[in-house]
Design a binder for this molecule. Structure first.
Ligand code: 6PG
Length: 253
């Protein structure tokens, strides 16, 4: 397996190889977490880019320890779990139903009467699981993120007031960029993760990827996440970043 150190940008000729690399990283990070702490905590995202990765991961055999892996959600749409927009539904269909993670290890956002209530409830469940004391933040072993063409990641949108949040772990979001309200982990939680993997596919993101990776002062949400002290990997499809060959480049934090 190719190794990638803290702060790597990897460009892949095809999505199959990208997804395969993401699976290897998941396994490596998971094994390390289980060795050190006995448990592996990962938060996953919605969108279309991670679908191939989820399917490949689900097809992995015994090398993935399902019993000690706990799966959370980086963000969710405020819709019923059966709705086609639901991230839970997408992850369930492509990963959970196929992989056999015990249901008690899947920590979905429960959809309450309002998105604000859903955020409070999800935050409480995260705090209980991670045994968070007042003012503390969870340390996820891995957060899988995507990137929107406007620079959003999870459900943190450019210029949205939720980006200013410094105390809460989870907030509800409404933004003109999206029709449905969202529930998202906050920036301090993302920045506190041990590892972050961005999976970015789609040529329409070329411009924003350039800004996110190159600018040290950008206030685009994904660029803000890039300042994380943890390990961060940008796995980019060829169309996103046109350089002649698969390459490893370092990130300007
Ligand atoms: C969601 C996300 C969101 C996503 C980006 C990229 O629920 O939609 O978590 O942040 O990762 O919008 O989406 P694509 O992979 O579909 O481009």
């Amino acid at each position: 397996m190719r190794t990638a150190k803290k702060g790597s940008i990897l460009i892949f000729d095809d999505h199959y190889t990208l997804d395969e690399f993401a699976c290897e990283k998941w396994k490596e990070i998971g094994e390390g977490a289980m060795r050190e702490r006995g448990v592996f905590t990962a938060a996953v995202s919605g969108g279309t880019s991670p679908v191939g990765f989820y399917r490949r991961l689900a097809a992995s055999g015994k090398e993935i320890n399902r019993q000690s892996t706990h799966i959370f959600f980086a963000d969710e749409r405020f819709v019923s779990k059966k709705n086609r927009e639901s991230n839970y539904r997408m992850v369930k269909e492509n990963l959970l139903d196929r992989a056999g993670f015990p249901s008690r290890n899947v920590h979905a956002v429960s959809i309450e009467k309002t998105s604000a209530l859903s955020a409070v409830k999800y935050e409480r469940s995260v705090k209980i699981f991670f045994k968070i004391k007042k003012g503390g933040f969870p340390k996820f072993d891995l957060i899988m993120l995507g990137l929107g063409a406007d620079g959003h990641t999870a459900s943190l949108f450019p210029g949205n007031k939720t980006l200013q949040e410094r105390k809460r772990l989870v907030v509800s979001v409404s933004d003109s960029a999206v029709k449905t309200e969202r529930i998202t982990l906050t920036l301090p939680v993302l920045l506190n993760a041990r590892n972050i993997i961005f999976i970015v596919k789609g040529g329409e993101k070329a411009g924003v990827v350039k800004e996110v990776l190159r600018s040290k002062r950008s206030f685009l949400p994904a660029a803000m996440v890039k300042r994380s002290r943890g390990n961060i990997y940008f796995l980019l499809g060829r169309a996103v970043f046109s350089v002649p060959k698969k390459k490893k480049i370092s990130i300007d934090k």
